[in-house]
Design a protein around this ligand. Structure first.
Ligand code: 5RP
Length: 259
């Protein structure tokens, strides 16, 4: 593990390291997007170079595709592979049922398609993202640019009857202009503070014309790996119904997460 990583990055690297234990030779792997997923992509590249691991990756964003190619990971599209063995991705929030909010990086659409098309989804995170109730992190909703202000109005109307605490909706900016997803769409961030019925909200949002997808990942994630800077790992496994404490040997990880 490089000594110059700050504690938050060390925690992400530790989670990524442990999640890579789920990878087996020959697997088709969904590659998540974001700063935590980047550690996993670099680690996977190192396993290919160092151990001769043979895997095929399906990236969930242009950013991840570029990094994965630089790391020497053989890539394919989801259309070529159709179904994947495993997806490893980050998250913005997760609750005790391993439901997630994702899309802080704006890649929620491809991330949700890829994770849903995988036998297993492993989320890598640091302890700060664990919540009692989803919603403190603004919920990203991807909308098409055509008529987006009308779509925003319909979302605001739907929130009036929803089981949420806040109801402010903002258009995400990327510098001086609205943020654009890889598909050229816009992101509306829903500042809900607390979501009491995520299933109902997800269904209601996706019925609104103009909404492409929302950032609630419900019943998709199987395992959450929570890393800490000192090498401690907490593993929440919904398949086994267990929470276990482990350690990653930081001394062994000198090269694997180097930038
Ligand atoms: C991108 C995502 C990311 O997984 C999420 O935003 C977490 O990112 P990071 O690991 O940088 O905190 O959903 O759309």
């Amino acid at each position: 593990m490089p000594a110059d990583l700050d504690p938050s990055d060390k925690a992400k690297a530790v989670a990524a390291r442990r999640a890579l234990d789920y990878v087996q030779d020959g697997m088709r792997i969904g590659l998540g997007t974001g700063s935590t997923a980047n550690f996993m992509v670099r680690g996977l590249g190192e396993m290919i170079r160092r151990d001769g691991l043979r895997v095929t990756g399906v990236p969930t964003s242009d950013r991840t595709a570029k990094l994965a190619a630089e790391c020497g990971i053989p890539l394919a599209t989801l259309d070529e592979l159709r179904w994947l063995d495993l997806t490893i991705d980050g998250a913005d929030e997760f609750d005790g049922d391993l439901n997630l909010i994702k899309g802080g990086g704006g890649a929620l659409l491809q991330e949700k398609i890829v994770a849903t098309a995988s036998d297993m989804m492993v989320v890598i995170t640091d302890p700060a993202k664990k919540v009692e109730h989803l919603g403190a992190f603004p919920l990203p909703v991807e909308v098409i640019p055509f008529g987006w202000q009308t779509t925003k109005g319909l979302i605001e109307e739907s929130l009036v009857g929803a089981d949420v605490t806040g109801r402010t909706v903002t258009l995400r900016q990327g510098g001086d202009a609205p943020f654009r997803t890889d598909e050229g769409n816009l992101i509306l961030d829903l500042h809900l503070r607390r979501i009491d019925n995520p299933n109902q909200l997800a269904l209601a949002l996706n019925q609104i014309p103009g909404v492409v997808e929302n950032g609630l990942f419900l019943d998709i994630c199987d395992v959450v790996v929570i890393g800490a800077a000192d090498g401690a790992v907490e593993l929440h496994d919904s398949l086994a119904g267990t929470v276990t404490q482990e350690r990653v040997d930081l001394a062994r990880e000198e090269n694997i997460f180097r930038d």
